[in-house]
Design a protein around this ligand. Structure first.
Ligand SMILES: Nc1ncnc2c1ncn2[C@@H]1O[C@H](COP(=O)(O)OP(=O)(O)OP(=O)(O)O)[C@@H](O)[C@H]1O
Ligand SMILES: [Mg+2]
Length: 300
């Protein structure tokens, strides 16, 4: 039976099992709180408001995805939370304490490969631990555990250039988790990977998260990735970057790839599509047509 849009969107309402899970999450302490955060940048024609009035509370061991069109301030937001940039207004609290600047309690994984190329996998993961003053033997022991967790024990003496993109990001996750952060911040970490590796990394991240007491804030462009991973999805809009809607994902856990076809998944997809890709009001026949043949007459 073909479902109409309205009946499909009914599936955004969580089942009793999913609702009970959300009720439990909300009972947990708030690890990360962002309170009316704003960020302006100086622009040629006056200030650019990259973020305005962003407020969000993320509970312990919650996985929150942030999604929105290009330029809506996703990276600005996560960089501020990581302490790599300062807000122009508002504040941030971790475990109820106001904080700013970089700190091991907030680990970060970037989209680009940011491992130290001159260090082996093991030394990359040990790096943050040694910076925090751990003796080498202790740092090595702990690094081994994290490398095991991300499934790379056989590669601990390899250098980054000897690893695939997915493996590099696994090391980056191990390196970010090693100092035991309260919050793991991920800015499109799988954005540079091919579709198959990306799907594997998504399942792998959920597996890691099941085994580690960490709260995750994950930025992505990819609607399916957000639904597959998240408890809640924060949808931002651009100019200025503001929260448009926060969606509690009705898809039950544990997640698996075949849930993509479930009505809950499809309903969430439809809602995200409506928010992020609003319908064009200009009929196609009124759009300007560029005569490529004229522009490139001399091109074969
Ligand atoms: N250092 C900066 N100086 C001036 N403007 C900036 C700076 N960083 C970001 N901006 C502006 O702030 C807005 C948000 O940028 P940001 O990189 O956070 O967007 P984004 O949502 O991460 O985009 P994308 O999806 O393309 O990664 C943009 O208009 C951008 O041009
Ligand atoms: Mg970005």
């Amino acid at each position: 039976m073909v479902k109409t849009s309205d009946t499909l969107l009914d599936h955004l309402r969580p089942s009793p099992v999913v609702a009970a899970r959300f009720a439990k999450i909300k009972e947990r302490p708030v690890v990360l709180e962002i309170d009316r955060l704003g960020r302006q940048f100086p622009g040629e024609h006056g200030p650019i408001t990259a973020l305005r009035d962003i407020s969000l509370q993320v509970h312990r061991r919650e996985l929150v995805c942030v999604i929105g069109p290009s330029g809506c301030g996703k990276s600005t937001l996560i960089r501020i939370i990581a302490g790599l940039d300062d807000p122009t207004s508002g504040r941030m609290l971790v475990d109820g304490k106001e904080t700013s600047g970089p700190c091991p309690e907030r680990g970060m994984v970037f989209q680009g490969y940011t491992l130290f190329p001159w260090l082996t996998v093991k030394r990359n993961v040990m790096f943050g631990l040694q910076m925090a003053g751990r003796p080498a033997s202790e740092a090595e022991r702990e690094a081994r555990q994290w490398i095991d967790l991300v499934g790379l024990s056989k590669f601990s003496d390899n250098y980054p250039h000897q690893l695939s993109g997915g493996m590099k990001q696994r090391v980056a996750i191990a390196r970010a988790l090693a100092p035991n952060p309260r919050v793991l911040l991920m800015d499109e970490p799988f954005g540079a990977l091919d579709a198959q590796t990306r799907a594997q990394m998504q399942s792998h991240l959920l597996e890691i998260w099941r085994n580690v007491d960490v709260t995750i804030l994950f930025i992505t462009h990819d609607l399916d990735e957000a639904i597959f991973l998240a408890d809640r999805i924060v949808v931002l809009k651009a100019n200025p970057g503001e929260i448009q809607e926060i969606i509690e994902v009705p898809v039950p856990r544990p997640r698996s790839l075949d849930q993509v076809h479930s009505p809950e998944f499809q309903a969430t997809r439809r809602r995200l599509d409506e928010l992020i890709h609003p319908k064009l009001h200009t009929p196609a026949e009124h759009l300007p047509i560029i005569r490529l043949t004229q522009a490139g007459d001399d091109v074969e």
